[in-house]
Design a protein around this ligand. Structure first.
Ligand code: SF4
Length: 294
């Protein structure tokens, strides 16, 4: 395993290591640097990749590399972090496809690239059976939009029904109708994360269907039911364009009877995928000031 150590000037340091969990994935002319432990990903050009392989961090990426691509403990291992926790929490990405076309989506380039196949499902189930060691297993299904692949959710859940199993989904919320919610509850769905980026007009400018229609109302409708049977987390991505709208969102939730959810505000920093659509992110140095204002 190659070990790289950096200072801000690109010099080697004795206390920092390139994470053992970094992998490069070729994507046309570019590469995705993906950390399999943290889930962080970063798009790089071929030139930037070769710089990294020579032990240098490309200009401007020093802070991003601190998001988990570099570790101060080379002994940090997957077993210690994951395999020994009380709850075993593996994640499965079911598809990059989505029925939304959010302004800031970094996955659009991967659309139409199929759904998870049976070999992956077999491998995932076998991995869980081998490593759960009798612990509760909480799978997270992720996308794209994971509810576009309910077949795979049911297949995995059916095959794990004899262990202590439940699952969560990270969904845009549009397909979680009462019928689907009840159906998936019977398969073990207990936790749901949905994103709402502000009151209706603000949210709809950022998170809309592929035909451009806003998604706020359908999400509110589905939330009314979902909040009563699942643990629901509402993620709110906050940048300079919506930081003054959060109070209004909270009012709207109350007016719609959405009170049994947990709000998870998320300050948007420099985007790891360098998504140009997300140009109003909040620099880390301003983060504390912004949190005080929200
Ligand atoms: S919901 Fe939006 S951000 Fe999430 S995958 Fe779909 S288009 Fe992208």
């Amino acid at each position: 395993m190659q070990v790289w150590l950096f200072t801000k000037l690109g010099k080697l340091m004795p206390q920092q290591f390139f994470s053992n969990y970094n992998i490069f994935i070729k994507d046309n002319d570019d590469y995705i640097l993906f950390n399999t432990l943290t889930g962080y990903a970063l798009r790089l050009s071929g030139y930037e990749k070769s710089m990294i392989e020579n032990g240098d961090i490309p200009g401007g990426l020093e802070d991003l590399f601190n998001e988990g691509f570099i570790t101060s403990d080379i002994n940090i291992i997957f077993d210690n972090l994951t395999l020994k926790k009380n709850v075993f929490e593996p994640t499965l990405l079911l598809t990059y496809n989505c029925n939304f076309d959010c302004s800031y989506c970094f996955q659009k380039d991967y659309r139409n690239r199929s759904y998870v196949n049976n070999d992956v499902i077999d491998g995932f189930v076998n991995y869980i059976n081998k490593n759960n060691n009798g612990r509760k297993t909480r799978v997270t299904f992720f996308g794209g939009e994971p509810l576009l692949n309910i077949r795979a959710i049911k297949e995995v859940s059916e095959r794990l029904k004899n262990i202590n199993y439940e699952f969560s989904i990270v969904t845009n919320g549009s397909l979680l109708t009462e019928n689907i919610a009840n159906d998936l509850y019977s398969y073990g769905l207990r936790y749901v994360q949905i994103t709402l980026d502000g009151p209706e007009d603000v949210h709809n400018k950022r998170r809309y269907f592929e035909n451009g229609r806003g998604s706020f109302n359908i999400i509110m409708k589905n939330l009314k039911y979902a909040q009563n049977i699942f643990n629901v987390v509402l993620r709110v991505n906050i940048d300079y364009s919506n930081e003054n709208e959060i109070d209004k969102l909270l009012e709207d939730l109350k007016l719609n009877g959405i009170e049994n959810v947990r709000i998870d505000p998320h300050i948007v920093h420099e985007n790891l995928f360098r998504n140009e659509a997300w140009d109003e992110n909040i620099p880390r140095k301003n983060e504390h000031m912004e949190i005080k204002n929200i």
